[in-house]
Design a binder for this molecule. Structure first.
Ligand SMILES: NC(=O)c1ccc[n+]([C@@H]2O[C@H](COP(=O)([O-])OP(=O)(O)OC[C@H]3O[C@@H](n4cnc5c(N)ncnc54)[C@H](O)[C@@H]3O)[C@@H](O)[C@H]2O)c1
Ligand SMILES: [Zn+2]
Length: 294
């Protein structure tokens, strides 16, 4: 039986809370009529069990291990690559699938009752906003909670696919239990070669290649989704960005667009973001410390 190392704390060190700044931030946001929210990995680090982000100082995945995300083209082209992806994802799923929403996700789902809440765009694939009851939300990069055929678009739940993976690979999870290092995309680290012989069930409808319904590196985000989000940006009166470094262009472009349209931008993020210079105001605080006051 193999066990792999584990990290527990995923919330980075925040700046010291200043009541005056917090009050000012909240009162400025209070002047925005229709508020669009953009969330990123930082909103899920406070969950128990937590999901790490990539870029936070000390506790983000990039600070801890040499994580190489899978590329879409490699996934489509190489069976070995798919075996690596699914063997790891298979072992990580019991933990990733159990991650529960935290007070941040619940706070945002409650905001839907207000006329001033316009929409939520999340870059996360953990499905936690939906689990917390949010409906006015676009999962920009898809959801790790479902698996889709790359040929016919047949969709099944990640749990159903997990059962099929389990059936196709008897004894695998017993041999490699309690995987340690959980990556933000539901990946874990396994010694190279563990994936050898791993069986990947095909689409039950057409025999095609199944893939988690998330946008991989090197893959384009669905254009209908992108255009829909641009519309939301056009319609809003201001943006609140929560827990994202905005390093990925896919999310940053909406902030950039809002900035071009001279809409106020508010940021809560521990550590720098790509849009700090565009912000009307930014707080380097833990998201929950801000949301619980709003
Ligand atoms: N949970 C998920 O589904 C998940 C997690 C990581 C990455 N991803 C994917 O990878 C991409 C990564 O981009 P990203 O910008 O979302 O992640 P990122 O790691 O680049 O940035 C996260 C930021 O949040 C900050 N942060 C962490 N916890 C915080 C907290 N509690 N309060 C305030 N700030 C906090 C970090 O310091 C960091 O700057 C996304 O596009 C997404 O698709 C998804
Ligand atoms: Zn199919």
């Amino acid at each position: 039986m193999m066990k792999y190392g584990m990290a527990q704390k995923f919330v980075p060190e925040a700046a010291e809370l200043c009541e005056n700044s917090l009050k000012k931030f909240i009162s400025l946001i209070g002047t925005v009529d229709k508020l669009l929210v953009i969330s990123g990995a930082g909103i899920s680090t406070e969950s128990v069990p937590g999901i790490p982000d990539y870029r936070s100082k000390d506790v983000g995945l990039y600070a801890r291990i040499a994580h190489k995300p899978i590329y879409f083209q490699d996934y489509m082209r190489s069976n070995r690559c798919r075996q690596r992806y699914w063997s790891r994802n298979f072992l990580a799923w019991p933990r990733f699938g159990q991650a529960a929403p935290n007070i941040n996700h619940y706070a945002l789902s409650k905001w839907e009752a207000s006329d001033r809440f316009q929409w939520l765009i999340t870059q996360n694939v953990d499905g936690l906003h939906l689990k917390a009851g949010s409906k006015m939300v676009t999962e920009l990069h898809g959801s790790a909670l479902q698996v889709k055929c790359t040929t016919c678009d047949y969709i099944e739940s990640r749990q159903t696919y997990q059962d099929r993976l389990d059936y196709a690979n008897p004894g695998f999870k017993e041999e490699h239990v309690a995987p340690g290092e959980l990556a933000p995309d539901g990946d874990i680290i396994l010694p190279l070669g563990t994936e050898k012989g791993f069986q990947i069930p095909e689409c039950p409808s057409c025999g095609g290649l199944m893939k988690t319904d998330v946008t991989f590196f090197g893959e384009n985000v669905n254009m209908d989704k992108v255009n829909f989000c641009y519309e939301k940006v056009n319609e809003c009166d201001g943006i609140l960005s929560l827990g994202t470094s905005l390093a990925v262009l896919s999310g940053f472009r909406f902030i950039h667009h809002a900035n071009m349209k001279k809409k106020p931008i508010f940021i809560v993020n521990i550590g720098p973001t790509r849009a700090d210079h565009m912000a009307t105001m930014k707080l380097d605080y833990k998201i929950s410390d801000v949301l619980k006051e709003m």
